[in-house]
Design a protein around this ligand. Structure first.
Ligand code: ADP
Ligand code: MG
Length: 571
């Protein structure tokens, strides 16, 4: 047996612990959900590894989670017979946070407890939430496949450090033992624990078992019997019929798979039969993760094959521009030993991805175009969606030629019509307000809303009452190179080329313009000669009403804004 070692927590863990214990106290029962969620993940991992190595089951293939309590010792124990942890695993997983976006997250904390509390929920609390109710946690674990002599005991009081030592552990898997803080005795009750499990963990597909209790007439109290009962439904939520699932159960399942603390905006749940047979349960989160901009980050879809967990973050199941979608896809056709490489080539996977993409777009359209009783609620949700994920959805215009038209209808912009930086004008809204004879959709691109709004290029449009979209997101220029028209109307930059306001210009104006051009011909020639090195052309313009002059890009050149961006990026 090895010596007991004491190790320090990573600085972020210490910070997380401190914050969590104070800010999540009013929600303290979520610790049970988090620990059961981990037990379920551990069982999924074992099942997956056992596909190629059945010996890992060690004659104990009935996976389940057990929750028990000891009134005298004042402990609650959550046990699983999943994959377990080696000593190295315990040190790495229960002493540090490996999540992507950790640095960014901790950088954003403000010190204001209420604000930080909301953020911490979004970050995901996980294992450490046990310390909300416990002043000491003991973890005893053994990794599947290791001998009984290579178990590990991890222990900590949740302040600065933890200890690890090697122990003997006969059963594979993990026991989490919570030594309750003073005053948390309400959890030392079967009734209480069952009610928390049913509220938060009913969707877990493994049985969650507790000791049965019975009323003892003589003692006048509940006594435990030597028998276990399953307290949850213990069937995969996505495999149940929609009518048997409540809104709360859908939300709790989302929290389990996404490690998000808040409820999602919307979900779609379908059984698809036909060329490819699968079930999809997909969610749109209400908030963007900290690493939304990392395009190398894998998506948020868990792949199952006939209820067996195969992999997290199966990026082939969703296009990159929908990487914010979370959910489960369970295929009835794929082989159990499917690998990422096989997924890449699979035609079934392509069919699933195409089908799921359409479902997600459908879900967004349902929010965006809502009418009926809950229209306002849905539209508010769409506005939230757009604020959090709109810039990512725009990538779809260039990436997904098949669905480009549908995506274009989902776009929202700031516009001169609203006089606010809120992006809430659709291309259809724009066209519904177009002037008679207006055959283009006008836009201006700039680095910021203020620059766009004050662009001298807008003067003539303001004068004529023609609406202009104000585009200020980094991705806009790139997107516009793919979005050249909408419903037969060309998208035109107000800052490019010879501005042709077409039929918006009346005959008298045209004549006057021609006369002015002739009048200034000599001056223009002189200026051209003087600026040969600096400007491609010099023209008399009618697009300005207040400013004396402005720079414009040639029709086929990079716009001024894009040229600036490329330069900033070192190109
Ligand atoms: P997350 O579940 O989001 O990864 P947690 O803080 O809940 O974060 O857990 C941290 C890690 O600790 C898990 O990723 C896993 O590697 C390990 N872990 C926690 N509980 C268990 C368990 N019951 N069995 C095996 N590993 C576990
Ligand atoms: Mg977890």
């Amino acid at each position: 047996m090895s010596e007991k070692q004491t190790l320090g927590f990573q600085a972020e863990v210490k910070q997380l612990l401190q914050l969590m214990i104070h800010s999540l106290y009013s929600n303290k029962e979520i610790f049970l959900r988090e620990l059961i969620s981990n037990a379920s993940d551990a069982s999924d991992k074992l099942r997956f590894e056992a596909i190629n190595n059945a010996a890992l089951y060690e004659d104990d293939a009935e996976l389940s989670i057990k929750v028990s309590f000891d009134k005298t010792a004042r402990t609650i124990t959550i046990s699983d017979n999943g994959i377990g942890m080696s000593k190295e695993d315990a040190i790495a997983h229960l002493g540090t946070i490996a999540k992507s976006g950790t640095k960014e997250f901790f950088g954003k904390l403000s010190g204001d407890q209420q604000k930080d509390a909301a953020m911490i929920g979004q970050f995901g609390v996980g294992f450490y939430s046990g310390f909300i109710v416990a002043d000491r946690i003991t973890v005893e674990s053994r990794r599947a496949g290791l001998p009984a002599s290579e178990g590990v005991r991890w222990e900590s009081e949740g302040s600065g450090d933890f200890s690890v030592e090697t122990i003997a552990k006969a059963n594979r898997g993990t026991d989490i033992i919570l030594h309750l803080r003073e005053g948390e005795d309400e959890f030392l009750s079967a009734w209480k624990l069952k009610s928390v499990i049913r509220t938060y963990s009913d969707h877990i597909s493994l049985p969650i078992k507790m000791q049965k209790e019975e009323w003892d007439e003589e003692k006048k109290e509940q006594v435990s019997r030597d028998e276990l009962e399953t307290v949850n439904q213990a069937s995969a939520l996505w495999a149940r019929s929609k009518s048997d699932i409540t809104a709360e159960q859908y939300d709790e399942f989302y929290k389990h798979i996404s490690h998000d603390f808040g409820a999602p905006l919307a979900h779609t749940h379908n059984r698809v039969e036909g060329r490819s047979d699968y079930t999809q349960l997909l969610y749109i989160p209400a908030r963007a993760p900290f690493d939304l901009w990392d395009r190398n980050k894998r998506g948020g879809i868990k792949l199952y094959v006939k209820r067996v967990f195969i992999m997290d973050d199966a990026e082939q199941l969703m296009p990159v521009y929908l990487r914010f979608v979370k959910g489960v896809i369970d295929s009835n056709d794929l082989p159990l030993n499917v690998s990422r490489e096989i997924l890449q080539e699979s035609r079934d996977i392509k069919a699933i991805r195409d089908g799921s993409t359409k479902r997600v777009l459908g879900m967004l359209e349902d929010l965006a175009n809502a009418d009926g009783d809950d229209a306002q609620e849905k539209k508010d949700k769409y506005a939230t969606f757009w604020k959090e994920f709109g810039q990512v959805l725009k990538e779809g215009i260039g990436e997904d030629a098949t669905n480009k038209d549908r995506i274009a209808k989902l776009l929202r912009f700031a516009s001169t019509h609203n006089d606010s930086d809120a992006q809430n004008v659709s291309l259809a809204d724009y066209l519904s307000r177009a002037k008679e004879g207006q055959d283009k959709i006008y836009y201006v691109t700039a680095e910021s809303y203020a620059t766009a709004k004050n662009s001298p290029h807008l003067e003539i449009f303001r004068k004529k009452g023609v609406e202009v979209l104000l585009l200020t997101d980094r991705v806009d220029e790139w997107m516009l190179s793919f979005l050249t028209e909408f419903e037969g109307k060309e998208l035109a930059s107000v800052a490019k080329g010879g501005l042709d306001l077409g039929t918006l210009e009346d005959e008298a104006e045209k004549k006057q313009h021609e006369e002015t051009e002739t009048e200034f011909k000599d001056l223009v020639e002189k200026m051209k000669a003087a600026l040969t090195e600096k400007a491609k052309d010099v023209r008399v313009t009618f697009r300005l009403t207040d400013s004396p002059a402005c720079l414009v890009a040639d029709e086929h050149d990079l716009s001024g804004n894009l040229a600036r961006m490329l330069k900033a990026a070192g190109q």
